[in-house]
Structures are given as structure tokens and as C-alpha cells.
Design a protein around this ligand. Structure first.
Ligand code: HEC
Length: 317
């Protein structure tokens, strides 16, 4: 493998193989190379295969070359050289065209008669790469002007609103897949059967010893009645389970053992026990808990930041 061309071929084929794997391997939104680590193996084999082909081609070429007569060899080498010179010529010419500068030898043609203590000025053309860039900004400017100042497509404030709305949707979606992100502030009552089932499983393994299978209570209080020592409702129950009860009462902080998602599930399961009649209910402990959010849906007023007393404040409406 001597020539740049063979390196380029290897890279190109490898890239095509990469794309093919990415497109054909079922991997959802993830890259195939993360979802299916075996893809790396396939890619590695493709690489070996291409390199092997390149080496064989090269070997074949050198054998054929050696079987030629000396004068034929010479002609072959000459032809190769000419081919090589031609190979990257277009890159060079485009580069020079984009620069449009005079070679040093011809600079005398464009020298201006400004002479400052021997420092002379050349009248070079503007380099085309720069000129085209400049035209592009003009076209951009015109389109921008028409879109946003003539037709008023949307304002910056509207753009902000849409992006925030989109981000909120994305966060919701993310939270659904990342259930372990819940904490006491964000936890909501889970109602899906799968979550309740999972919660029941957690409860059966960890909680029945003190609260009984039906929640009737033993060492721990009755979880089915309206009375709560530490507060009812999903948030309080979540808080109690993750942080534990009052010191010395026996209810430990389960956040060491259970994942946030599991705490949310078992808390939701505990809530479903409410109102059921256990076989041997423990006497009520604590207060009757009334959901403060339930009767009047008074949403707390969000604190609006005071306007900044700053002369640069811009009114947005
Ligand atoms: C070692 C016994 C024990 C285990 C195991 C236990 N708890 Fe408790 N639990 C208690 C005690 C005791 C209390 C009362 C705490 C207090 O008075 O501060 C309590 C209180 C609670 C409360 C609050 C009840 C109220 O009236 O406010 C909830 C909810 C609760 N436990 C859920 C659970 C869950 C869910 C599990 C399993 C993950 C569990 N507990 C495991 C002993 C236990």
C-alpha cells in the first residue's frame, strides 16, 4: 500500500460499511455501534478484508511490473508519473483561482506609484473566496430583511416561546424514559398497572414484615386508614419512605436500598391500599390527613423577578 489512492479507497469503503451498518442494524434512536457492540467486530472484519484486497492488488501489480522488459518498465513508470501529476491538479488550480494573486515575478505589473520610504503598494484583485463570501452575506441580509422586517415571520420572543415549549415536551419525554429522576418535588401518583405491580413487589419484599401484606400494620402503622403520622398523599409518603420515619421508631430511610423509581412505585402502591379493609387493622395513629391541593386548586403565584433597574432594559411584549 504505497499510494494515497489506496488509503483513500480503504477509508471510503470503511465509511460506506459504517453507513450500511448504521442503516441496516436495528438500534432505535441510538447508534448501532452503541446498541450492538458486535457491529464493531463486523466493521473490523470489513477493514481487514479491504486491506487484504489492497495488498493483493499491490502484489499483483509489482509481479506484473517485474515481468515487463526494461524499456517497457521505463514507459510504465513515465506513464505513472504523468498520471500522478494530473491527479491532484484540479485542487491546486481551484486553490490558485480562489486566491487570484499574481506570482511574485509578475508583481511589477500591478505595483502602484505609491512609494513610502521604499515601501510600495500592490493593486491586487480582491481574492475571489472573500468576494463570494461577501456576496453571500449580502444575499443573506436581503432574505433576512424580507423575512423578518417586511413579512414579520416571527419575533425573537416568539422564537423563544416555541423553543421553550419544544424543550418542555422533550423534558417530559425524557422523564418518561428516565424514571429514576424523580424526587420528592417531582413525584406524582403513578397509576399504570405495571408501576403498581412493581410497587407491590417492592412492598412484598421489604415492607410486609412491619406493615403486613394487606397494610394493616404491625410494628409499623396501618397504611390503609385516613390517619397518617407523617402525612399522606404521594409526596409525603414518598418522603417518608425515602428518608425514613421519626428517629428510633423503626422505619429506616429506604433511599439507601431502593432506587427513586422504586420508591415512587411503592409509594403509589401504598396509596392504593388506602380505603381497603385489612384483616387485623392496627388502631389509627396520627392525624386525619386532608390533601391541601385537593379542594381549591389554588396554584401558587410564581415569583416574578423584579424588573432590573438598568437603562438597557428592553421591553418585550
Ligand atoms: C422495621 C419495620 C419497618 C419496615 C421494614 C418498614 N416500615 Fe414503614 N414504618 C415503620 C414504622 C415503625 C413507622 C412509623 C414511623 C414513625 O412513627 O415515625 C413506619 C411508617 C411508615 C409510613 C408512614 C405512615 C404514616 O402514618 O405516616 C409509610 C408510608 C411507610 N412506613 C411505608 C413503608 C414502606 C413502603 C416500606 C417498605 C419499603 C416500609 N415502610 C418498611 C416500620 C417499618
Amino acid at each position: 500500500m504505497r499510494s494515497t489512492a489506496s488509503y483513500l479507497r480503504v477509508i471510503t469503503f470503511l465509511f460506506i460499511a459504517y453507513l450500511l451498518i448504521e442503516v441496516t442494524v436495528e438500534s432505535g434512536e441510538q447508534s448501532a455501534f452503541i446498541a450492538q457492540p458486535l457491529s464493531w467486530l463486523i466493521l473490523g472484519m470489513v477493514l481487514l478484508f479491504i486491506v487484504a484486497i489492497e495488498i493483493s492488488l499491490e502484489a499483483l501489480r509489482s509481479i506484473l511490473f517485474r515481468s515487463l522488459k526494461p524499456d517497457a518498465q521505463e514507459r510504465y513508470l513515465l506513464a505513472e508519473k504523468a498520471k500522478k501529476e494530473k491527479q491532484f491538479k484540479w485542487i491546486k488550480t481551484t486553490y490558485l483561482k480562489l486566491l487570484d494573486s499574481k506570482p511574485v515575478e509578475e508583481e511589477s505589473e500591478i505595483v502602484l506609484d505609491h512609494n513610502y520610504d521604499g515601501i510600495k503598494e500592490l493593486d491586487n484583485n480582491l481574492p475571489p473566496w472573500w468576494v463570494y463570501g461577501f456576496y453571500a452575506t449580502i444575499i443573506f441580509g436581503v432574505i433576512y430583511l424580507v423575512r423578518f422586517h417586511v413579512f414579520n415571520e416571527y419575533t425573537q420572543a416568539e422564537e423563544y416561546e416555541t423553543e421553550v415549549a419544544e424543550a418542555k415536551i422533550a423534558i417530559e419525554k425524557y422523564k418518561k424514559t428516565a424514571k429514576d429522576l424523580v424526587d420528592v418535588n417531582t413525584v406524582t401518583l403513578l397509576t399504570e398497572a405495571s408501576d403498581i405491580e412493581a410497587g407491590k413487589a417492592v412492598y412484598t419484599t421489604n415492607c410486609v414484615a412491619c406493615h403486613k401484606a394487606d397494610g394493616g400494620g404491625g410494628i409499623g402503622p396501618n397504611l390503609t386508614d385516613k390517619h397518617w403520622i407523617l402525612g399522606g398523599g404521594i409526596k409525603n409518603v414518598f418522603q417518608t419512605i425515602s428518608e425514613g420515619g421519626r428517629d428510633g421508631k423503626g422505619m429506616v430511610a429506604w433511599k439507601q436500598t431502593l432506587k427513586p423509581a422504586e420508591i415512587a412505585q411503592v409509594a403509589s402502591y401504598v396509596i392504593t391500599l388506602g380505603g381497603t379493609t385489612p384483616a387485623e387493622p392496627k388502631e389509627a395513629q396520627g392525624e386525619i390527613w386532608i390533601d391541601p391541593d385537593a379542594p381549591e386548586t389554588e396554584t401558587p403565584v410564581e415569583e416574578v423577578p423584579k424588573t432590573v433597574s438598568d437603562s438597557t432594559t428592553v421591553a418585550m411584549n
